[in-house]
Design a protein around this ligand. Structure first.
Ligand code: IMP
Ligand code: MG
Length: 185
């Protein structure tokens, strides 16, 4: 894999802007869940960096857990609606306040599947916090309670989001130069 700069068209959201917004979301969540217990669920792997930064901005006591799902297709086209669970939670979410932490909502199929699945386990409450929302790509309607940024229909990477599993470590969200890199169809 080459240097990330080879694939970067432009920086969409810089580090400072990201951190500021994550702090705002953390403050809002802390306010909304004041006096209540909270479980943050991160969907691997894209939401990992966001979770780690966000939880450090949340002042109410909370637990974390992880789940993973696979979608057929990859990259920008993880949106064909065929989704399955590959890693289940360790935590029993029955009667808990659950906040799902996601990197990006695109078609909405992934989230829709996860919400349906979690609902069957009867949490006390179930909300969604996503860093990014590609609103114009939505195919199924999904409720989003906390959103970092609505972004245009461009393939992005960095801050947890990958290009062929690389570059998740970048501190900013970058737009892919599609002349140099084609997201898998
Ligand atoms: P959805 O089911 O179409 O909403 O797909 C959401 C998933 O697609 C995300 O969790 C990401 O894994 C992936 N995805 C969608 N757009 C992008 C992108 O621009 N960069 C990286 N991954 C993306
Ligand atoms: Mg994801």
């Amino acid at each position: 894999m080459l240097e990330y700069k080879e694939y970067l068209a432009e920086i969409l959201i810089d580090e400072k802007t990201l951190q500021k917004r994550v702090a705002e979301l953390g403050a809002q969540i802390s306010h909304d869940y004041e006096g209540q217990d909270l479980l943050l669920i991160c969907i691997l792997r894209g939401g990992m960096i966001f979770l780690v930064d966000l939880m450090r901005q949340i002042t109410v006591p909370h637990q974390i857990d992880f789940m993973a799902i696979a979608s057929y297709g990859s990259g920008a086209r993880q949106s064909e609606g065929d989704v399955r669970l590959t890693l289940d939670l360790q935590t029993n979410i029955y009667s808990k306040n659950v906040l799902l932490v996601e990197d990006i909502i695109d078609s909405g199929h992934t989230l829709s599947y996860v919400l349906e699945f979690l609902t069957t386990r009867q949490p006390k409450s179930l909300r969604v916090c996503t860093l990014l929302d590609k609103k114009e790509r939505r195919e199924v309607d999904v409720p989003i309670h906390y959103c970092g940024f609505v972004i245009p229909n461009k393939f992005v990477f960095g801050y947890g989001l990958d290009l062929d599993e690389y570059y998740r470590n970048l501190p900013f969200i970058g737009i892919v130069d599609t002349n140099k890199y084609r997201p898998q169809a």
